[in-house]
Design a protein around this ligand. Structure first.
Ligand code: IVH
Length: 670
């Protein structure tokens, strides 16, 4: 018989493993229902036997209740920032200054570390257990964001090995990977939320969320590089060994660190590292050079409470180009947000030709006084979307008029609204043709209802011809009506109507995403649909009930409940149902079926199945579909125009199959 203590330990292990597979690897190993069952069993055990509750329990990762505000945390030793050196000469001057205080530094060796561009945090460990996590704050005092840091799945809750000081603060940088950032922004755009400007802002924002569920959904990661344990002994004597020790204790340590004998060697290594930084999946804004022996750190000390003398950031200027801003244009999004962007004289930045760049919002245009006709600085550094940094003003040059943000929507002429605590400006008219157009384009798009042949141009043509006013009207279009439009022949008209009709079979999760409910991205729609199974059940649920679901935060819950509270939306759903759209989610076949436990990746255009349909087919056979190819991928299903995923599969030796082979496999007996 297993004791409650043994069972609790077992449950913690299973849940942590599932968390890792779900969040870090993006390759779920067990169903949501199974996860919930394990989780509830552990919660019940801990409630019955409070002595079994451990600080590293995954029940603590969820942070059940959002914090009303953050408590303050005083760092044992202030969190310092770093001085910068922009070239070899400045690095040389840094060594000169240090050598005047401590001559040995010249021969002591330097470690080089990638400087991670994220949000600085301090993790307190007592007897090897994670007890408190804090932001940098003003350096002396930060905010206690322990509950949020517990959701960062590579923060070790319990250390491995031995030899750690009884109480120590481990310093590191929390970041959002570039791939995760891109995915998150694509989801936000589709869910009608404003995009994050860059991964650093997104990471810092995620850390300071009051609801840890929101933090968790962002998928933050961490790298650690420093320890403070005043008055206690560390088992290592150099920075290089400290990094190895941190890794042995279970902390993620960036892998490209090196030890060099002197500054000349350091400069050669830096020259090798620099070109690699852009290609890393995390923002890296330089290389940190550190004196290797820890004893010399103590001797060199700090400059005020600001910077250590023993470390410096070797920075590289991001690529910035100057070009002419020809015009400021505005795109009206699905939510009505007015998004200003710059039309530029095309310019090459980092090997990519840039002809438009975001201007973020009107406040920024005003603050930087960006005008049409200006020469402007544009960059892509770290940021995926090119952005205008600001005007380059030549003395005496004539400039255009200051930019005047519109009072009215550029599409429907409604008076714009400016919600009090937002920088964005909105068109309030739900029937604004700009908004309606964007929402129908989204509805038909590949990640949504996947109606082939219904792109932006055709949506515009249908709207202009008054054949449709909303998405429900799509389902009543006949081939005869299409033939009245330019560019349609009998065959193409028939194909489009067939594609529209075929989309009726999409599962509930796809329909929910396609409807464009605020904050509901493709990822968020799945747990909603799986949990409720039917549109009707979801429509009746309260925000509180929705908020209980794993992976669904408060903002999504409120938006979903708000959507269904709106009579106009209810009428649209009723009409879609009458038109024959599927309002249910297929029940996941838990661990059964011919593809049980296998993960597939789909890439390119398959001959007959849409991507959504192929996903359904795989899931119905017990398999999983993910975006990223890894060694664990059972096979990549490749169609026409497959790109980097196919190349990656080949590189990793992952089998590549076609649609016919997939269909054969799903019919095979398990
Ligand atoms: S050492 C006393 N090493 O950069 C320790 N910092 O601009 C000083 N950072 O506050 C920091 N990667 O948040 C160090 N490998 C690294 C780093 C790193 C990123 C951050 C850190 C620091 C900031 C200074």
């Amino acid at each position: 018989m297993t004791t409650p203590a043994a069972r609790a330990a077992e449950l913690r292990r299973l849940i942590e493993r599932a968390n890792h597979a779900y969040y870090a690897l993006d390759q779920p190993e067990i169903s949501d229902a199974e996860y919930d069952r394990l989780f509830r069993e552990l919660q019940a055990l801990e409630a019955a036997h409070p002595e079994l509750r451990t600080p590293d329990s995954p029940t603590g990762r969820v942070g059940a209740e959002p914090a009303p505000a953050f408590r303050k945390h005083r760092h044992v030793v202030p969190m310092l920032s770093l001085a910068n050196a922009f070239n070899e000469a400045e690095l040389g001057e840094w060594e000169e200054r240090n050598a005047r205080l401590v001559p040995e530094v010249r021969q002591a060796g330097y470690t080089l570390e990638v400087k991670i561009d994220g949000a600085a945090v301090s993790l307190t460990y007592e007897h090897g257990l994670f007890v408190t996590g804090a932001t940098r704050g003003n350096g002396v005092e930060g905010e206690d964001v322990t509950a949020n840091l517990r959701t960062v799945l590579d923060v070790p809750l319990r250390l491995q090995g031995s030899g750690w000081p009884e109480r120590m603060e481990v310093r590191g940088e929390v970041y959002l990977s570039k791939s995760r950032f891109q995915k998150l922004n694509a989801e936000r755009a589709q869910a009608g939320d404003p995009p994050f400007a860059n991964p650093r802002n997104a990471a810092a924002g995620a850390l300071r969320q009051l609801d840890p569920k929101v933090t968790r959904s962002r998928g933050l990661r961490i790298f650690c590089f420093h320890v403070e344990a005043p008055g206690q002994k560390l088992p290592v004597a150099t920075q290089h060994d400290l990094l190895l020790q941190l890794a042995a204790w279970g902390f993620p340590v960036e892998s490209r660190h090196t030890l060099t004998p002197d500054l000349a060697a350091a400069n050669r290594e830096i020259a090798k590292l620099e070109p690699l930084l852009d290609g890393l999946d995390y923002g890296a804004d330089g290389v940190v050079v550190k004196v290797n022996p820890l004893a010399l750190h103590r001797e060199l000390g700090t400059v005020g409470d600001r910077e250590p003398r023993w470390a410096i950031a070797r920075k590289f200027a991001p690529e910035v180009q100057v070009t002419t801003l020809k015009e400021i244009r505005i795109n009206v999004g699905r939510t009505g947000a007015l998004n200003p962007y710059a039309v530029l004289e095309p310019v090459e930045i980092g090997g990519v030709t840039v002809s438009t760049a975001t201007l973020h919002n009107f406040e920024l245009i005003k603050a930087k006084d960006i005008r049409e006709g200006d020469l402007v600085e544009v960059t892509r550094a770290g940021e995926v979307i090119p952005q205008v940094l600001g005007p380059v003003i030549k003395k005496g040059a004539r400039r255009g008029k200051p930019y005047q943000p519109p009072d009215r929507c550029p599409v429907c002429r409604s008076k714009v609204e400016r919600p009090p605590d937002e920088v964005m400006v909105y068109c309030p008219n739900v029937s604004c043709p700009g908004r309606v157009f964007e929402s129908i384009v989204h509805f038909a798009s590949r990640g949504a209802m996947d109606i082939r042949g219904l792109g932006p141009e055709r949506v515009k043509a249908l709207l202009d011809a008054k054949l449709i006013r909303d998405v429900a009207d799509l389902y009543e279009i006949t081939p005869m009506q299409l033939l009245t439009l330019e560019g349609f022949a009998e065959k193409s008209a028939g194909q489009l109507v067939a594609a529209i009709q075929a989309s009726k079979r999409q599962p509930l999760s796809t329909l929910l995403f396609a409807l464009g409910i605020r904050h509901v991205g493709a990822q968020g729609a799945r747990p909603l649909a799986r949990h409720f199974g039917k549109m009707e059940a979801l429509a009746k649920a309260s925000a509180d009930e929705i908020n209980q679901i794993r992976g669904i935060g408060e903002a999504i819950a409120a938006a979903v409940a708000g959507f269904f509270a709106e009579p106009k939306n209810r009428r649209l759903i009723d009409r879609l149902e009458q038109l024959g759209l599927n309002m249910t989610e297929p029940v996941a076949t838990e661990g059964r079926g011919p593809l049980a436990g296998r993960t597939y990746v789909i890439t390119g255009t398959l001959p007959t199945l849409s991507r959504a349909r192929a996903t359904e087919v795989i899931e119905a056979a017990g398999g999983h579909v993910t975006d990223g190819v890894s060694k664990q991928t059972a096979a990549v299903v490749a169609g026409a125009d497959a790109g980097s995923k196919l190349a990656k599969a080949k590189a990793l030796g992952v089998p590549v199959i076609d649609e016919a082979e997939l269909l054969r496999r799903v019919q095979a007996q398990p």
